[in-house]
Design a protein around this ligand. Structure first.
Ligand SMILES: NC(=O)c1ccc[n+]([C@@H]2O[C@H](COP(=O)([O-])OP(=O)(O)OC[C@H]3O[C@@H](n4cnc5c(N)ncnc54)[C@H](O)[C@@H]3O)[C@@H](O)[C@H]2O)c1
Length: 428
């Protein structure tokens, strides 16, 4: 396991706040000005009536589900075409090529060099997201990048991605699809209108029976590195350890590639609150937990994780997770004039919520569920065409990633994590 804390990115030194704000303000202004420009960042922006070429990097479980979403959008008239797929595992990339009829690439950089690709969807293991996304924006592509935006060791690299995306004027949507839920937005509207006064405490959790081992079955126990399995490509910037089929296929068990509940499950639980409450960077984070149930020989990520984030506006977000018991309790937002209790499915919406004012009658409000991944794609594609900011843009993604990384580092180092808003760095 690599717990070393990168103090600065490979190619960018730490920025002070003034430099950072100058860079982002300039690029925001440019982003506004390019709406009518045919060329942005050196790459062609296709007109409203032209088909956009979509490339997929990583066509495992989630990647193929995105392929299905894009195929349905195309069937419904969206001007897209699937032009390229790439995966380090030969069987999966060939299968994806067969299903889509797209060009098949063994190396994602070759896919990025393909001029038919306008936008890429990155659904590889967590540690590859940011390095691949940086390569993509540098290649002039717009990016739908799965959550978590980066690995917990990659705060500096994630900051670099944020900054370069803005400088290069690319459109990036992070795969926090709950941000495209109309139901979550409705809850946010109630809060903004003062339904519970000033929000001060969020308490939410993720509860499930089951480890990640059985959720990531190994299709071929005899698989070995070679032309059909690119072990180096899978490792990326992770420590160069010898190949095992478990690491390659069941990567969620290992800290080198994943973080457990904090970085895999909490993005779903946490991001709706970040959006609804307008949260930015936490001022401090503490986290606890451990491997309390699935103590198998090679499991490294915790199965129990609890994190508390404090924000400068005097608000705490407390998130808890166990993989030992799936009994659900309802998340709650407490303010100084009332509370909201939510019945929710984290990725598809809020079924209903109850407003409980300190004074006066309780009120139940009907919500609903929707295909938020589809809506998230539609928002992304619209923004690619109009050059607007998507609902989970790169700045939002970075703010979320910082909070998750602070909690991971607090848990691993057993320290309070703080955030330096001048240098945009985590301090332990
Ligand atoms: N937003 C959501 O609801 C949601 C749901 C599931 C997964 N995810 C995210 O999607 C990502 C993928 O998860 P998954 O369950 O599909 O995992 P997976 O293991 O099923 O798929 C990952 C794929 O990436 C491939 N890959 C590895 N290195 C690569 C490289 N260098 N280039 C190209 N391909 C490479 C693997 O061979 C594999 O096929 C994760 O980061 C996960 O957090 C998001």
């Amino acid at each position: 396991m690599n717990t070393s804390l990168p103090s600065s990115s490979p190619t960018l030194g730490p920025l002070n706040r003034r430099e950072f704000l100058r860079a982002t303000t300039q690029s925001a202004a440019v982003l506004g000005a390019v709406a009518a420009a045919p060329w942005v960042g050196g790459a062609a922006v296709r007109g409203a009536n032209e088909r956009l070429g979509v490339g997929f990097i990583g066509v495992g479980g989630r990647g193929m589900s995105h392929v299905g979403t894009v195929q349905k959008l195309i069937a419904d008239g969206e001007l897209l075409r699937i032009v390229a797929v790439s995966d380090t595992y030969g069987h999966r990339r060939e299968e994806a090529g067969r299903i889509t009829g797209a060009k098949v690439y063994a190396q994602y950089r070759d896919l990025l060099a393909d001029p038919a690709v306008d936008v890429v969807c990155i659904a590889t293991p967590d540690r590859l997201h940011v390095p691949q996304a940086i390569d993509a924006v540098r290649a002039g592509k717009d990016v739908y990048c799965e959550k978590p935006m980066g690995h917990w060791t990659q705060t500096a690299l994630s900051r670099q991605f944020y900054l370069e995306t803005q400088k290069l004027q690319r459109v990036v949507q992070i795969g926090n699809q709950a941000n495209s839920s109309p139901e979550w937005r409705m809850v946010g509207d109630y809060i903004r209108k003062g339904a519970i006064g000033r929000p001060q405490l969020v308490l939410a959790g993720f509860y499930r029976n089951g480890d990640w081992g059985e959720r990531m079955p190994i299709p071929d126990r005899t698989a070995l590195p070679g032309a059909d399995l690119d072990w180096e490509g899978f490792l990326g910037d992770a420590p160069k350890v010898p190949f095992t089929v478990d690491r390659f296929f069941s990567w969620r068990k290992y800290l080198d590639y994943a973080g457990g509940p904090c970085t895999d499950l909490f993005p779903h639980v946490y991001t709706p609150f970040v959006s609804m409450l307008g949260l930015k960077y936490p001022s401090r984070a503490v986290a606890s937990g451990g491997i309390f149930k699935y103590d198998t020989y090679d499991r490294e990520v915790p199965d129990t994780f609890n994190q508390c984030l404090d924000y400068p506006q005097k608000l705490s977000v407390v998130l808890v997770c166990t993989l030992a018991n799936e009994y659900q309790t309802d998340p709650c937002i407490r303010g100084d004039e009332g509370a909201i209790v939510l019945q929710t499915d984290w990725s598809s919406g809020v079924d209903r919520f109850t407003l409980i004012p300190n004074k006066g009658e309780r009120r139940e409000v009907a919500g609903g569920r929707s295909d938020t991944t589809r809506s998230h794609w539609k928002n992304f594609i619209e923004c690619v065409r109009t050059r607007q900011k998507p609902v989970s843009d790169v700045e939002f993604g970075f703010q979320v990633q910082v909070a998750l990384n602070m909690a991971m580092l607090s848990y691993l180092e057993q320290k309070v994590a703080r955030f330096d808003t001048e240098r945009l760095e985590i301090v332990l």
